[in-house]
Design a protein around this ligand. Structure first.
Ligand SMILES: Cc1cc2nc3c(=O)[nH]c(=O)nc-3n(C[C@H](O)[C@H](O)[C@H](O)COP(=O)(O)OP(=O)(O)OC[C@H]3O[C@@H](n4cnc5c(N)ncnc54)[C@H](O)[C@@H]3O)c2cc1C
Ligand code: SF4
Length: 474
């Protein structure tokens, strides 16, 4: 333990967020890194407690998520960081996490909520420490060495999908010596890291840097190739020993109310993808296509928050967000104890930006959308909403219409495209990533449903290790 009194000496300091009204003028990252000396002191706040909950992943009989789902060895790398042993910190972090530059930017950090210090104050800045360690490793060219296999095997593995699950699986399989090809149906690699999460949360340069490194390490990347259509299951069987399907859970949830085909109504990921393409094409300078427009975002989750932040940057005249569940309280409930992730009210970066810009709260809770209103030209002009009770039943005399020129549906996802599973004759997916088809494995959102990047990374790594285990006994 580098400093047994660190947690008493230093207050928590996060990587500072740029001011909301400044950052809405660009598409650059939201946070700027803390100075190196300060970051090292932050690591000294880790108490290296006897039973650390930050890295255990699950808790109690219900197996609630508590701590890092990837079982990252947090106290160990915090200790190295606190001692200034950055390279050792990087090596320890990389034992479990092949993509820490991603999680160090976008992970909601359940680890910090399970940190012992958060019981009686503020947890250690684990997320920001993680980003510092990996950014330092890239600056010093330490990453390639860890990805280089000791020995090549003759086995060939196809990974379908280049989201975090596919990338994590490909990285680990290559590290273990296998020959890996990643197939992606989109033009760019990264899955929702590329086309979903906006640039200000995750600069696309970060993903490109990782893909470039993976290519240098010998991994083949094939874009614009939808498996099941452009290349069939039979073709993959002929060329590869094993196939990992990491195709995500992209089927969007719908509202199933009248007039959803009106012009101006978009699914969140379609909207976000379009804007990211424009940001990348225009190198940051994007036309303010929502100038003068009233935007309504349906869905109160993180994707909704990303839609708000994007609309604000596109010059929207107003943004309203509708959420069907009631607003959460400020304090944990008794059935949601530490070290579980606290289900409490929090304001995302998008809500914060919109509140400062429009000088009002933009989210209506306990509000259900009952119909879309259209013009004669077939364009959306409003949404009809009603207040609902705790059982989501409408309450009387609360119906109203909110004006809208653009409506974004951020209602979550139903699951993976079934056509791919059908072509590979996958009917059952087991906990250990195997399926009823002994040559096919499934990982990430495609297996567990819509989730978090760190879950996808865990699943990709574990699926890769399961494939390796079965190949080595052949
Ligand atoms: C808008 C948005 C914001 C989010 N923000 C966060 C966040 O801040 N933090 C966080 O932890 N999580 C976030 N998430 C969730 C996170 O992005 C996902 O849980 C994660 O990306 C899942 O990874 P995956 O690899 O399983 O799937 P995906 O990232 O969905 O990748 C699947 C890939 O497979 C490809 N594919 C599908 N079918 C085929 C096929 N037949 N052939 C070839 N390729 C195919 C797809 O094109 C895609 O590239 C967010 C999600 C969304 C939608
Ligand atoms: S990946 Fe997320 S949960 Fe795990 S250590 Fe990093 S910030 Fe914490």
């Amino acid at each position: 333990m580098a400093n047994p009194f660190g947690f008493l000496q230093y207050k928590r300091e996060d990587n500072p967020y740029r001011a909301a009204l400044e950052r809405i003028n660009d598409w650059e990252e939201l946070q700027t890194p803390l100075a190196k000396s300060k970051r090292q002191k932050q690591a000294e706040r880790c108490m290296n407690c006897g039973i650390p909950y930050c890295h255990m992943g699950f808790y109690g009989k219900q197996q609630a998520v508590a701590g890092c789902p990837n079982e990252n060895l947090i106290p160990e790398w915090n200790d190295f960081l606190a001692q200034g042993e950055y390279r050792l910190a990087f090596k320890r972090l990389s034992r479990t996490n092949p993509l820490p530059e991603i999680t160090g930017r976008v992970c909601p950090a359940p680890c910090e909520k399970a940190c012992t210090e958060s019981l009686n104050g503020e947890g250690v800045t684990i997320h920001d420490n993680e980003r510092f360690i990996i950014d330092t490793a890239f600056e010093n060219d330490w990453v390639e060495e860890l990805g280089t296999p000791a020995k090549r095997t003759d086995f060939k593995i196809a990974v379908v999908g280049s989201g975090p699950a596919g990338l994590s699986a490909a990285w680990r399989l290559n590290q273990l010596g296998h020959n890996v090809s990643v197939f992606e149906k989109n033009d760019r690699f990264g899955g929702l890291l590329m086309y979903g999460i906006p640039n200000m949360k995750l600069d696309k340069k970060i993903i490109k840097r990782r893909i470039a490194l993976m290519k240098r390490l010998g991994i083949q990347f094939v874009n614009n190739t939808e498996v099941g259509k452009v290349i069939t299951a039979d073709e993959l069987y002929q060329r590869f020993d094993r196939i990992i399907l990491a195709i995500g859970a992209a089927v969007p949830r719908d509202l199933n109310i009248p007039k959803q085909d009106l012009l101006g109504i978009y699914f969140a990921v379609d909207f976000l993808t379009d804007i990211t393409k424009k940001v990348l094409a225009a190198k940051g300078k994007v036309e303010k296509t929502l100038a003068g427009k009233k935007v309504v975002v349906i869905g109160g989750g993180d994707t909704g928050g990303d839609c708000i932040a994007t609309s604000v940057r596109l010059g929207a005249k107003s943004v309203k967000q509708l959420e069907i569940t009631p607003r959460l309280g400020k304090i944990r409930k008794a059935d949601n104890p530490w070290p579980e992730y606290p289900m409490v009210d929090k304001q995302g970066y998008g809500q914060e930006e919109a509140k400062e810009l429009y000088q009002e709260e933009i989210t209506d809770y306990s509000t259900s959308t009952t119909a879309f209103i259209g013009s004669k030209k077939g364009e959306v002009i409003g949404v009809e909403v009603v207040r609902v009770d705790e059982n989501f039943q409408p309450t009387s005399k609360t119906k109203k219409v909110i004006k809208a020129d653009v409506v974004l549906l951020a209602l979550g996802f139903l699951g993976a495209e079934q056509a791919v599973f059908k072509q590979f004759e996958v009917q059952e997916i087991f906990d250990n990533y195997k399926t009823n088809n002994e040559r096919v494995y499934v990982a990430g959102d495609a297996k567990r449903g819509p989730s978090l990047v760190i879950w996808a990374i865990r699943e990709g790594r574990k699926a890769a290790e399961k494939v390796d285990e079965t190949l080595r006994v052949m």
